[in-house]
Design a protein around this ligand. Structure first.
Ligand code: AMP
Length: 289
């Protein structure tokens, strides 16, 4: 049975109980956290399975975090499917679901202390969503402090988020290990996302433009950064119904933008709007020059 936890107090008590029941050596039972915003899909399932492999106790948080949405974004219409989500958590053998109300997480949302993602939070996604990563890191820090997991599992789908969470853990000395899972895709290559539910039938086809742009970047990578980006942009230019926010190549190790002479492991990242739906995708690319 997946236990539903709504408050910080009951969560701390439940974790102590789960640890005590986990075996002969309760102190050795590892606890994994998988933070999500719900509307669970196969990408989330893959993260949960990885968490189960790595830890004896698995907790999934489901919280649509208002702090990471700008006022003009989709906070109100973000899909919320708690019953279906709980069925997924049951089926995956998740021990507990932390599903707090907004007031439990932020008793005074207007005056909350926040974590700053710094400069790395203001490029790429951060250029289009300036307050987003501060909101993400704040809720992730809170979840780490409430649940105190030994490991936390994040998806490479949100590559900049993953990099910033790793940096926060290092910079603020959170005592846990961050584990990453590769992007889970639909059969045709579209990255799974809760926001795919917004897409109409025609938009669903156009959404593949992100993946196709990344294909083009990868194919042109042997010719260097500038040609690779130009090839990806040409894919967007040919699809009027996909509006590109950015297409960039960064050093996979540092997330710094690369120049045309860069050789080594890069990451191609893109974001685009299809109608009113904003999607992101990324791909590791070996640059040779
Ligand atoms: P979300 O519920 O969208 O906030 O995502 C929760 C976690 O699931 C994040 O660590 C995401 O990176 C991860 N995730 C979402 N979609 C995918 C996917 N298609 N493949 C891998 N991880 C994903």
């Amino acid at each position: 049975m997946t236990r539903i936890l709504r408050t910080v107090t009951e969560t701390r008590a439940a974790i102590a109980e789960l640890a005590a029941r986990a075996g002969a050596e309760p102190d050795k039972a590892r606890l994994a956290l998988v933070p999500t915003m719900g509307a669970l899909h196969d990408g989330h399932r893959a993260l949960i399975r990885l968490a189960r492999e790595r830890a004896e106790i698995v907790i999934v948080s489901i919280f649509v975090n208002p702090l990471q949405f700008a006022p003009d974004e989709d906070l109100d219409r973000y899909p919320r499917t708690p019953e279906a989500d709980l069925a997924v958590l049951e089926a995956e053998g998740v021990h507990a679901a932390f599903m707090p109300a907004v007031a439990e997480m932020y008793p005074d949302l207007e005056h909350v202390t926040t974590v700053s993602a710094g400069e790395a939070g203001r490029i790429l996604e951060g250029e289009y969503r300036p307050t987003h990563f501060d909101g993400v890191l704040t809720v992730v820090a809170k979840l780490f402090n409430i649940i105190r997991p030994d490991i936390a599992v994040f998806g490479e789908k949100d590559a900049q988020q993953l990099a910033l969470v790793r940096r926060m853990v290092r910079d603020l000395d959170f005592p846990l290990e961050i584990v990453a899972h590769p992007i889970v895709r639909e059969a045709d290559g579209l990255a799974r996302s809760s926001r795919n539910a917004y897409l109409g039938e025609e938009e669903r086809g156009i959404a593949l433009t992100l993946k196709r742009a990344l294909d083009a970047v990868e194919a042109a990578a042997p010719r260097g950064r500038d040609d690779a980006i130009a090839a990806g942009r040409a894919v967007y230019d040919a699809q009027a119904l996909a509006s590109m926010d950015y297409l960039e190549l960064v050093d996979a190790a540092t997330f710094a933008p690369i120049d045309d002479t860069f050789a080594g492991e890069a990451l191609a990242l893109t974001a685009a709007r299809i109608g009113t739906t904003r999607l992101i995708d990324n791909r590791p690319v070996a640059m040779r020059h």
